[in-house]
Design a protein around this ligand. Sequence first.
Ligand SMILES: Nc1ncnc2c1ncn2[C@@H]1O[C@H](COP(=O)(O)OP(=O)(O)OP(=O)(O)O)[C@@H](O)[C@H]1O
Ligand SMILES: [Mg+2]
Length: 378
Amino acid sequence: MSRAAAIETPLEHGRREDTGGVQLSGIRKSFGSLDIIHGIDLSIPEGAFTVFVGPSGCGKSTLLRMIAGLEEVTDGLIAIKGRDVTDLDPSDRGIAMVFQSYALYPHMSVRDNLAFGLKMANTPKEEIERRVAAASAILKTDHLLDRRPGQLSGGQRQRVAIGRAIVRKPDVFLFDEPLSNLDAELRVSMRIEIARLHRELGNTMIYVTHDQTEAMTLADGIVVLRDGRIEQVGSPREIYENPANSFVAGFIGSPRMNLLKAKRVGRQSLTLAGAMIEAPFPTDIDDAEEEITLGIRPEHLTVGHETLAGRSLAATVDFSEYLGGTQYLYCQLADGQAVTVEYRSSVPVRSADPIVLSWSPQMTHMFNGDGMRIKPTH
Ligand SMILES: Nc1ncnc2c1ncn2[C@@H]1O[C@H](COP(=O)(O)OP(=O)(O)OP(=O)(O)O)[C@@H](O)[C@H]1O
Ligand SMILES: [Mg+2]
């Protein structure tokens, strides 16, 4: 079984699992009368790279800070390596956290920044030197050891911040948006370095981001959060291919999935933008028309001029974005609904061009009026 597949939820409240990873049971957090986290149950397997992703303000940092011990829980239990750490100090939890704002000491050299935590813990001098040298080798910061943070680039500073976590040899690494201060190119290269670090060290890592590309590329398991609740837990592929609801469907994937207002008519069909189209699968519904949302990803739409019965719709191109390898077409259906298309052909498409969009019904998703995924009934 893959590590990602081992991510399971929910855990029964109060149950202690003797596993090596991180267990959250019934975690709640309120600031005064404001309820922020509404009861999170999650089991993160040892060694897995788990990403918390969700929109700004959904509680990702709060949840991570509670795992770190920087924030008290209002209710619930946190276990790390099978040990209840809910009431322990951050320094006793076996964790190390890397923040977005590096938090380096500006007056100390890189070497002293790396060594500082170990010195405070009265680690013997030779051991400190050994660990600093090992971390510096992993992160390729040897040539920077005598500089101060002010003499480093953003990416180098972030590397030192990660090095400071590595020297502590934590059971669990916690990252809170560590790359969001970096420019786009550096983000990509640091992302790859973090993936490599995980492969080399094999530690449990929990990584917070609102960047869904980081979530998709780094994670064994993704936890999608919204308003202090878990919307879905799964591997990147599970979440991409089988989003549990329209929120997850729209959040993961770029450009986002087209979520189109449609109606179910009979067992096999839908109406969308005035046309009759095929449902992704037959469903047991009565004759009443039911409002649903049909989800189609931009890359699953094909542009042509030929109408395929039940599998295509007429559209007009509003405008397009040329990205070199691909092109995004922002289109409108006959009823005015907007549709984004990922277009890879070299045949030019101009604004105001009438086109036909076609797709394979198997690549579409249906969500009910509450936004929940509709699954085949057989
Ligand atoms: N100390 C605090 N007192 C009151 N409210 C707080 C406090 N800290 C956080 N919050 C609120 O809790 C909610 C979750 O905040 P949190 O920082 O966890 O969000 P986030 O998901 O990390 O967002 P972002 O992506 O913007 O970093 C927000 O509505 C925030 O305003
Ligand atoms: Mg945050």
